[in-house]
Design a protein around this ligand. Sequence first.
Ligand code: SF4
Length: 394
Amino acid sequence: MSYAKHLSQTASTCDSPASGANRIVRDPAREKRANTVTRRLAINMGFTCNLRCRFCYYLESIKAGRTNDASTEEVKRRLRTGRSWGKRAVDLTGGEPTVRADLPELVAYAREIGYKDICIITNGWVIGSEDGYLEKLASAGLNDVLMSLHGARARTHESLTCRKGSFDRILKAAERARGLAGLNLRFNHVVCEQNFDEVAETADLMASFTPNAINFILFQPTRDASRSDEAIRFRSYSQAAPFVMQAIDRHKAAVPHINVRDIPFCLLKGCEHHVKTLCQLQYEKVEWDYCLDVQFKRGKPFFIASVLAGAGLCVGNPYFWSADADNKMHLALQQARIFTARKKGPQCRGCAINHICDGLVKDYAERNGCSELAPYAGDRITNPTYFMPRDEIE
Ligand code: SF4
């Protein structure tokens, strides 16, 4: 099908209950919501992986053998730190967590010290190939799996994961997860230039496993991924957005949570309640506490410097002054991340939701400019969770 014909068939009917497309009419109840920071943390246990995904944040490090793998004791220490911060959900990630022989022990430890939700973020290779492995993790306490599927066909998925057989393995893994009672299944789908035109078909495939959530993550060339090849970089978000909206429209009734990450609101107008920018992440139940994440990855001095710098960027935001201390710390950290990783256009200054949007990924904006951005008119919004469905907020 030609692109033009496809577009004509994919007009969005997202119909966000919280936006009037181009004009915002403020709902005072949403604007006044009190927000609590997520009680979930992520622990990156190291970069060792059995695939070589072309969009991976750690690809060059993996290829160079810099795997940064944390010891069993170090992961346990981070789990205890999370509990001392009041966290009750954890995503164990990498790299690929299932390549670690100590994973069942770590899951059992997380359960023992009080985590309620214990998740692994996985490419499915081991789960799909080893009989009884997922059952073993589930009996240790695992109750949530976030799987990574990047295409509707083996050709597409494997052109990105760079390992033959990975498509069959992830489908087998999803089937096994679906067959285990009490296991929450979610999907990540990295959308990039190579696969955006089959996003709806990939969503059909993911939805066939009746997941609780699908995350469309638009490729971000940051960290090692900043050196990734041209073929996977977006040439135009505006070209990709209708395909994402088509996928949302097809599955919004059946899949409880559909999230789109790393694209600004104005490129998915009408679907604002699915868009989660850096401004929303810290309030999402399924997202991580980035204050802990930065401390684990970069150390306390870097964390403190980032929060102080970010606080200086928040002074013009009325929501910042009304927030409690915990909220302020997270808002400041996210502003520092936005300052280094995102870019807005001059038109954003007049946008009604400027305070709760992070703009474009910097690499994309520097290559393509900001002319695609279309500001909202109407009432100014300052509460970061304004568009979010209530059941997705901590
Ligand atoms: S602030 Fe800028 S990028 Fe964000 S929605 Fe408004 S115009 Fe778009």
